[in-house]
Design a protein around this ligand. Structure first.
Ligand code: AMP
Length: 419
């Protein structure tokens, strides 16, 4: 029969790979929970309209990359391409604003975008993110950026840099948009066809285009910073002052716009110097989206958040993502009733918080030792009838081959000692 494979760009996580996932996920939960964030879980499928309204119709994600379809009941659905729109939908749907003045949510979840698969770019990938809903102050922006950066440096990531920009609020953004339209209109023949269309739908996105001619044309484009309102400028300056104070590494990138429509004021990316990611090196993106709650049916509520790709983080971490292994103890029984004794001993070790493996099939001691070696066991406990009568087992250190008799009562403590 023909073997079936996973969908292109979507991967199984098998063998030892999972250890790195557990490490970064566990560390993330611990880290953000210290800042008061609680986990939110939302469905993988959402109404298509959520992303059209939330992310913006004229974005690459919605126009080209979304897995959307009509289900058998005639509803238009989409596999979520990112987590923020879903989190905000849930926030509005469950009237969270009526229960608390500020909300801190985090998530770790699979996302789906039909992009061209490459190293570090997949069609199903996983993001961990955070949303701080209900705080307009620049302290929120600074704290969330610092939270993301300190998480990554705790994991041992080197060469972390934040690219920071402000798009301004709706007023400043409107002025920026107009300035861009009048600049690009006279040069539209040199823009790619996508950007010619973006000129009327979403001119900011022209600054984000990767086509060489568009990059060249955009070099002379007006910057948004000169058009900022006083309030927007003050917000950005306060944010920068806080980051300076904490020594958070950042650089202002006036031409950065980011791919989603909902951003207002602060936007940021975390980049790392890494051969594993190639030249681009972005692993995290985020920003403020003060209009999104209202856009999705709630009251206007300032919000800031980010998401990073777990696959990309693991690629960059490489070996550093592999947590140190705790001992694996292989238990085997010899002689009459050996199999049962082995299970008794393994149960007791596990009950004491140790990792223990048992052979399900019987065999000679020699073959069991071979099996233990294959499992990567550091110790083998041999539960023989004679020793059992004295309340003891034999303990074999697999690295030296040495054996010693240990009382059952002291076994767990003896093994923990050598962890
Ligand atoms: P975005 O939601 O586009 O701002 O992306 C935030 C982060 O998610 C990126 O910096 C990547 O780490 C990750 N990411 C986005 N798209 C993909 C993808 N197709 N494959 C793997 N990771 C991705």
């Amino acid at each position: 029969m023909k073997m079936l494979r996973s969908v292109k760009g979507m991967h199984d996580i098998v063998d030892d790979e999972i250890a790195g996932w557990h490490k970064v996920e566990d560390a993330y939960r611990q880290h953000v929970e210290r800042y008061g964030y609680r986990e939110v879980r939302t469905p993988v499928l959402e109404p298509l309209e959520l992303f059209v309204r939330g992310i913006g119709e004229a974005t690459d994600i919605v126009e080209k990359e979304m897995y959307s379809f009509e289900d058998k009941g005639g509803d238009f659905l989409a596999l979520r391409p990112e987590g923020t729109a879903s989190a905000i939908r849930a926030y509005v749907q469950h009237s969270i604003a009526a229960k608390e003045g500020q909300t801190k949510w985090y998530y770790i979840a699979p996302m789906f975008r039909r992009e061209r698969p490459a190293k570090g770019r997949y069609r199903q990938f996983h993001q961990a993110g955070a949303e701080l809903i209900g705080v307009a102050e620049p302290t929120a922006d600074a704290e969330i950026i610092d939270m993301a950066v300190s998480y990554m440096s705790h994991l041992g990531l080197k060469g972390i840099g934040v690219k920071l920009n402000t798009l301004g609020g709706p007023e400043s953004r409107g002025r920026f948009r107009e300035a861009l339209v009048s600049f690009f209109q006279g040069r539209s023949d040199r823009l790619c066809t996508d950007c010619q269309r973006r000129l009327s739908t979403n001119p900011l996105r022209i600054l984000d285009c990767k086509a060489p001619t568009c990059i060249e044309v955009a070099q002379g484009a007006p910057g948004g910073h000169e058009l900022l309102s006083q309030d927007d400028r003050t917000h950005f300056d306060s944010l920068r002052r806080l980051l300076d104070r904490w020594g958070t590494p950042y650089e202002v990138a006036p031409s950065m716009v980011r791919g989603l429509d909902y951003y207002t004021r602060t936007i940021f990316e975390v980049q790392v110097d890494s051969e594993a990611l190639g030249t681009k090196g972005a692993i995290l993106g985020g920003g403020r989206y003060d209009n999104l709650v209202a856009e999705l049916g709630g009251k206007p509520t300032p919000t800031i958040g980010y998401a990073f790709g777990i696959e990309r983080l693991l690629l960059v971490l490489g070996e550093a993502a592999v947590p140190p292994q705790t001992h694996l103890i292989f238990v085997t029984g010899v002689g009459d009733g050996g199999a049962q004794r082995a299970f008794d001993v393994a149960r007791s070790l596990r009950g004491n918080g140790l990792r223990a493996e048992v052979a399900y099939v019987e065999g000679s001691l020699r073959s069991q030792l071979k099996r233990a070696d294959k499992f990567g066991a550091t110790f083998v406990v041999i539960a023989g009838a004679e020793e059992a009568a004295r309340g003891c087992v034999m303990l074999r250190d697999m690295s030296t081959g040495e054996q010693e008799e240990v009382s059952m009562d002291g076994l767990a403590a003896r093994l923990r000692e050598s962890q």
